[in-house]
Design a protein around this ligand. Sequence first.
Ligand code: 5GP
Ligand code: ZN
Length: 119
Amino acid sequence: MAGEPQADCLFCKIVSGDVPATIVRETETTVAFRDINPQAPCHVLVIPRAHYPDAASLAAGAPEVAADVLREAGEVAAGEQVDGQGYRLVFNTGAGAGQTVFHAHAHVLAGRGLAWPPG
Ligand code: 5GP
Ligand code: ZN
């Protein structure tokens, strides 16, 4: 069923605590934790507790939780004190765009020059 935990999903295991992570913030519906392979001085992932494979399916299936993820991304940026300098939110969607974990997540990236257009 949409939103149910998936046994083979790494981020569901982070939500359940079966896989450890450096948690930055938690809410009833979301978890934010540091990326294990940071691509910038600030690189935090914000995920819904519910399993949806990507951002668009999250928005379609649980729009209020999609909004929670976006709000939390802003709270992470404020907490990391990068909101003033600017930060980037990235939702890689599909293997061709670099998505490797198929549980919706926002990358919060900041702390270095962020090229535009992105690579
Ligand atoms: P994607 O490539 O799907 O957009 O992003 C997945 C992200 O998850 C990558 O940036 C990767 O470094 C991160 N990641 C993969 N495995 C782990 C893990 O076990 N723990 C944490 N904290 N991050 C992970
Ligand atoms: Zn999952």
